[in-house]
Write a protein that binds this ligand. Structure first.
Ligand SMILES: CC(C)(COP(=O)(O)OP(=O)(O)OC[C@H]1O[C@@H](n2cnc3c(N)ncnc32)[C@H](O)[C@@H]1OP(=O)(O)O)[C@@H](O)C(=O)NCCC(=O)NCCS
Length: 174
């Protein structure tokens, strides 16, 4: 459904197995997985296995696209589209950026483009959730035009086995 997307500074495409080392740069960083449900990767092999798992996934259920820097063709992050309802035409997105490349607007341009693409394909609502306190994610959702809809109590159990409240944001077609 989502073809390659070319943006100002980055482009989005499916992962390839050769991306594992670049992926490991951010999946091994504890600051990245801080607010996520997995622990930092300890070897590139985990990323190779993850890429193989993604390649075998039915894109009607879950879609990953890597974010690549145009200048170097390096994988610097990704976007995940999941909880896709083809009946109600809504979906959820999440995103990760290698911190070395943060604060330049790369994640914002990527998320914006995926939302536009999903709307073009007939989706009417895209939502995203973040753990309370993940201000970078909060700011990104607001920047792409999503509206805060409320806080879901004890909604996610993270790697430390504790349940965290999550803020839900969404954007709908006009
Ligand atoms: C969430 C996450 C992707 C946000 O990354 P980010 O670097 O803040 O996002 P962007 O690349 O869009 O950069 C935005 C920043 O660049 C600035 N910026 C510069 N040029 C910009 C441009 N042309 N367009 C938009 N923003 C621009 C923005 O003002 C913003 O500044 P800030 O850092 O002071 O807020 C990142 O923090 C991350 O990967 N976190 C770990 C994983 C995670 O928690 N994911 C969310 C799960 S819900």
């Amino acid at each position: 459904m989502i073809e390659n997307i070319i943006l100002e500074n980055t482009y989005l495409r499916k992962f390839e197995i050769g991306d594992a080392q670049d992926m490991f740069e951010y999946t091994s960083n504890p600051n990245v997985s801080n607010y996520l449900a997995w622990t930092p990767h300890e070897s590139v092999h985990e990323d190779e296995m993850f890429i193989a798992m993604v390649e075998g996934t039915d894109e009607k259920e879950s879609i990953y696209r890597g974010i690549y820097l145009k200048e170097t063709k390096k994988l610097i992050g990704c976007i995940h589209i999941y909880n896709i309802s083809w009946k109600h035409m809504h979906a959820e997105i999440s995103y990760i950026l290698n911190p070395t490349y943060s604060s330049k607007g790369y994640a914002t341009e990527a998320v914006r483009s995926v939302i536009e693409e999903l709307f073009k394909h007939g989706f009417i609502r895209i939502q995203a959730l973040c753990i309370v306190g993940n201000s970078k994610s909060d700011n990104l959702m607001k920047r792409v035009g999503m509206n805060y809809e409320g806080t879901l109590r004890k909604y996610a159990v993270l790697a430390d086995k504790k349940a965290y409240d999550m803020r839900i944001y969404a954007i709908c077609v006009e």
